[in-house]
Design a protein. Sequence first.
Length: 630
Amino acid sequence: MDANSLPDAVAEEPCIPLWRDRLFWLTLALTIFAAAPFLQPGYFWGANDARHHVYFLFEFDRLVQDGVWWPRWSPDFAFGYGYPFFNIYGPFSHFLGELLHHFLGLDFVPAVKSVFVISIVASAATMYAFVRSWGGRRAAVISALVYVYIPYHLFNLYVRANLAESMALAWLPLCLLAVRMAVLRGSRPWIVMTAVAYAGLFLTSNLIVVLFTPVLGLYILTLVLVYARPDGTVNLTLPGGIRFWPWLRRTLAPAAGILLGLGLSAVFWLPMLLERRYVRVDQWFDGRYDYRGNFVYFYQLFSPIWGFGVSEAGPNDQIGFQLGVIALTLALLGIVLSWRRLERVRGEMACFIAAGLLALLAGLEWGRALWELPLLGTILGFAQFPWRWFSIVALCLSILSGLILHPAVLPAPRRGLDAGLLILAGLVILAGYPYLQVEIVEPAEGPVSLAGLMRFQQTSDEMTGSTAWVKEIPTWSPMADYYINQDQAGGPVEPVTTMIDYGNPRYPIDNETLAIGSVAHNTVMEELYFFNTRSDEQRVVFNQFYYPGWRAYLLDGEHGAMLRELPIIPEEEGTLGRMTVPLPQGEGYILLRYGDTPARAIGRAVSLATLAFLLLTTFFAFWRRRNSTT
């Protein structure tokens, strides 16, 4: 970055590579206190989503064992009737956990805890890198530590135990850094970094990406307006053409990065967006999920209450929604002390002030009217719980809190100990220390297994999602009985060996006029033999909900080639919407398997093409640079 792009005090700092920056490594080391609860024995099974993520990883691994490294269908959810969980929920956090489990041999709970620790360290690293790029190294230390120890982040980690949202926080500063450098430099590496960061965020949490994208767009607009002119002034009185071309030139690089990021992540978001209508979403927005009962009252931002539980209607929550006195104080002091001194980055400061205040209003009872507006209410509603907007507040407060140690505000001592930095870092950590509480309990469901998963689903409706063809969400199943009986018998809990409902009364099997038998089975496939001499229509019924992607084929003998596709008809009788396949006359073999839809195939092709483009352009750029220096 050239010196004209930054305040002089920052431009004068030595350009130290991040990996050689001692303050960077000191910052990462100081996150140990936030990670410490994950390093102790046991697990906080009672936290809001703690059990969820263990069983999400358990199910991810079940599919990986059958060779499915990009799972979409989860056959054991909904009491064994199946649910397209990873088709609509960002898989990155659990993919990372699966790598730790599959290749390093970590059990499910240690793998989940390890990913939480990675998210903490990564959040500090990316925030440090971002703030260092415009605020200097000392400011970066404070912003990174505030980001880690701010109450909402610790609330996400230890009260909510939400793995995806905790990991998503690591991508936000990286996105900001990437688009900033893309605007200032317009170079290929930062376009690629923008693409990777935005795609990573999308693959991690499709909820946080919706909350963050307006902030990212506002930040890009701010950067373009400020840095389109060499002197950093925004002169709207100039003729349109004179203003437009510098703005366009600065916009091209970050816009290209965002578009490439969408291309990289299309394998996930395209089918998620187009196939979302095939799952029931009413259960996620009613009852305790209704946003009307989850607004935060202003005094709760400063309330000393910090407990465990869930968000409740009214102001008497047992959980805390504090902003953090130290974070708020540092941010306010930083703004006041730096506003006149940092004219060049004043626009960026204003951007984060505005974004933080608007996000805060969206989470407060005062902002209830905004949620009732037609378009804005739809955008806000993606948060489900209004207080989820506090993730943006935490981001903005953390960035602004570092301003107090900007070189133009408080120059670093030329030699000796930097007492101001150490004192502020200590205050930030001490302020967060009382919130580093966890409740270590034993799992009420027993060890992690299919039986434990069934018991868990009885107490957690988040695990019993259903497809659009389900009329009534099940509360138990024959598969659940099968697993519980195995567990109670004291033996290992083995998966079911077939999806076929052999006892369906509408199509009774007598082994004379109708015979059906499973030949091969795994989590996403069933091959069966049939013999049918009945004159009326007969079907085979599968104990899996219907969802696009399931397809049935008549085979040319056992394990043979596919002769023709057979229709899959969602069950008309009852309330489950299970799959049924009409049986041809005679005998033969049928293959049922879960695969691609047009949206999934297109999304995968777009992602692969984008990845190939980025790799090839990066390789040729490296090759040309190498040849030009030899």
